[in-house]
Design a protein around this ligand. Structure first.
Ligand code: PEP
Ligand code: MG
Length: 324
């Protein structure tokens, strides 16, 4: 399948209406990195660090992690890699951590909630990332930030780690950008202060959608009822895009929907300029975006909304058929 898109692999993604869209890839293992070149991705928009913790039977040591992150940065050859700090709990349980029996794990003690309540692992991971950067730029992203004070506390951990590293005489990253995932509806409504402070935001559509529709992402029966192209969901996403533009916050979308061409097209039409997806999706998404006029798609979304359609899928599909 990659072969089919080989001719556009090294072409920048510009839509028929002239918008430049950055296409990044999601990764989680060292073995994913060669795809950076073969897919034509412009960087790694989401590196899920939990995979390294899940494939072991004991907590990895700081030095091991630092060595691994360093190899990831080496393999990226200067392209940006966004490391997401440990996102465990819910569907991802570490075999060597005490299990917590929770009635609703998706709504439970997970991700940054664990990271802030028991900061040992988060601190170790931040140090490992800083040592791996070793004078290179570093991008760190916190998962599952639901409100401003969690962002402040997580951000403060970065500053503390930097101060500690400096005191120990280690080389600091050349610069460090710190961002958050937007995967709870609450964060879309966070104060302006949050949008001004955060250096970048990445929408975790998988979680955001499950919370928006109150439909478990693991439960096929309820998950399939709700279309990502539902006008209400697109309104939420558009609000996030508008707020990010106003506050000049770099915004991306890294949930699975970014890798679905029709969904990716609608995300671009409502203002997303960076999409991060599995490497195999880059070709198909780029190919469709390059043929599409975002102004037309935007108009279709507005018309669907005005008509009271539940989803914009039918009208966007009709437009795509008209393109041939
Ligand atoms: C998401 O929630 O959309 C996301 C990218 O993170 P994960 O799928 O790892 O929860
Ligand atoms: Mg998530």
């Amino acid at each position: 399948a990659q072969e089919r898109y080989a001719s556009i692999r090294d072409t920048a993604c510009v839509t028929a209406s002239g918008e430049r869209i950055n296409l990044l890839m999601n990764a989680g293992l060292m073995a994913d990195l060669p795809s950076l070149e073969s897919s034509g991705a412009e960087g790694v928009g989401l590196f899920r660090t939990e995979l390294q913790f899940l494939v072991r039977n004991q907590m990895p040591r700081r030095n091991e992690l630092a060595a691994l992150y360093s190899r990831v940065l080496d393999a990226a050859k200067g392209s940006r890699v966004v490391f997401r700090t440990l996102d465990i709990g819910s569907d991802k349980v570490l075999p060597y951590m005490k299990p917590h029996d929770e009635p609703n794990p998706a709504l439970g003690w997970r991700a940054i909630r664990v990271g802030l309540d028991k900061p040992g692992v988060l601190r170790m991971q931040l140090q490992a990332l800083m040592r791996a950067a070793d004078g290179r730029p570093l991008s760190v992203m916190f998962p599952f930030i639901a409100q401003y004070n969690e962002w402040q506390a997580a951000r403060a951990e970065v500053d503390k780690a930097l101060a500690r590293e400096k005191k120990l005489g280690h080389v600091l990253p050349e610069r460090i950008e710190v961002g958050a995932m937007l995967e709870t509806p609450s964060l879309a409504f966070a104060s302006q202060k949050f949008f001004d402070e955060v250096e970048f935001l990445s929408v975790g559509g998988n979680d955001l959608k499950q919370f928006f529709f109150a439909a478990d992402r693991e439960n096929e029966r309820v998950r399939r009822r709700y279309d990502t192209l539902n006008v209400s969901f697109l309104s939420l996403l558009e609000m996030v895009a508008d707020r990010s533009r106003t506050s000049e916050t770099n915004l991306s979308f890294c949930g699975e929907d970014a890798g679905r061409p029709v969904e990716a097209l609608c995300l671009a039409a409502i203002g997303f300029r960076t999409l991060s997806m599995r490497p195999a999706s880059i070709g198909p998404v780029k190919s469709l975006l390059m043929r599409s006029d975002l102004t037309v798609v935007r108009g279709l979304i507005e018309e669907a909304r005005a008509r009271g359609d539940q989803s914009v899928r039918d009208s966007v599909m009709a437009y795509l058929r008209s393109l041939g």
